[in-house]
Design a protein around this ligand. Structure first.
Ligand code: SF4
Ligand code: SF4
Length: 315
């Protein structure tokens, strides 16, 4: 099979598995991104996410991560829900986090893709990554033409917006590479203006230590008081810089049954959220990304989220 035919074939397979899109880049050193990422780390913008400091060389060069790597295939998978599943008084939870843990759902699909291509192309060396391993996902998706990096630092796609997961296959076979696309943020600054904690410190640069997603998920200690009033009701993650992005007007709902939340959580009012027990947390969210926070942390986040909304109403 020629590199061009491989590209066509793998894109067909990816679509059949439910991916929105799939594009290819040549495995190479990330020359443009490496100094920017190093600068970001040196400023301490990763906060307590120390794993981002590990394996810099591997992260910047997939040929060091996967021996003989020649192609990086980036794929996107929609998680945009049809409707807001929670009551208005409920604490806010990032849209990606209410369904079944995406790592499990997508790992299964990636394994299937690897199996099919091994059957079709013969023994292929490579690895699949779903938000795992030292892979600079956004850089590969941009290089492959899946979109551009928005000022909010997320990958944006003209057709699909930004509510999607990214995953990668790094393979030791040559596949015809796609071309990057141009940046379509233009003069827009909506995400920067809307961010309640001023976490977008420059175009495409997030100071994670100020970002609500980091504060509610990654930070090991309690959320510092200086941010308490700025959480805008978010208890796990934050979608504000996606909600305001004009490119998300084109997001259409996902069709993945595994991403539907448990219907019971749609009926919980604020009081019930505040009083949620460990058993209910396990039963509603044991299978979702929320379990990462753990019960005690999540419960404390709910209280802070509710307090932050109250603070905003009173001021
Ligand atoms: S996720 Fe929220 S806090 Fe983080 S940069 Fe976006 S708007 Fe700001
Ligand atoms: S809100 Fe505007 S500036 Fe921010 S990512 Fe979207 S298009 Fe770009």
């Amino acid at each position: 099979m020629t590199p061009v035919k491989r590209s066509v074939w793998i894109k067909d397979q990816a679509r059949a598995l439910g991916f929105l899109d799939c594009r290819i880049a040549k495995a190479d050193f990330l020359e443009e991104e490496a100094p920017l990422f190093e600068k970001w780390l040196n400023k301490g913008f990763q906060g307590q996410m120390a794993w981002l400091e590990d394996h810099f060389d591997l992260r910047m060069d997939p040929r060091k991560l996967v021996p003989g790597a020649r192609s990086v295939i980036s794929l996107i998978y929609n998680y945009f829900p049809e409707e807001q599943p929670l009551q208005e008084s409920a604490p806010k939870i990032a849209r990606y986090a209410l369904g079944r843990d995406y790592h499990k759902v997508l790992r299964k699909k990636m394994k299937q893709l690897m199996r099919s291509l091994n059957e079709k192309w013969g023994e292929v060396g490579g690895r699949a990554f779903v938000d795992s391993g030292p892979v600079h996902e956004r850089a590969w998706a941009r290089r492959s033409g899946l979109g551009w990096v928005g000022k909010n630092s997320l990958l944006l796609n003209k057709q699909y917006g930004s509510y999607f997961f990214l995953c990668e296959l790094i393979l030791d076979v040559e596949i015809a590479a796609d071309e990057p696309v141009t940046d379509h943020c233009g003069t827009c600054t909506r995400c920067i203006d809307a961010c309640p904690t001023d976490a977008i410190v420059a175009d495409q640069v997030i100071d994670s230590q100020k970002c609500i997603s980091y504060l509610t998920i990654e930070l090991k200690e309690a959320i510092p008081d200086e941010f308490s009033s700025q959480l805008n009701g978010w208890a796990f993650g934050c979608d504000i810089c996606q909600e305001v992005c004009p490119w998300n007007r084109f997001s259409s709902p996902h069709t993945e049954p595994d991403f539907h939340p448990r219907p019971e959580i749609g009926s919980l009012d604020q009081k019930q959220w505040l009083e949620i027990t460990e058993d209910l947390f396990g039963s509603y969210f044991g299978n979702t990304p929320l379990k990462r926070a753990g019960f005690d942390r999540f419960k404390a986040n709910i209280q802070r989220a509710v307090d932050s909304e109250k603070f905003q109403k009173d001021n």
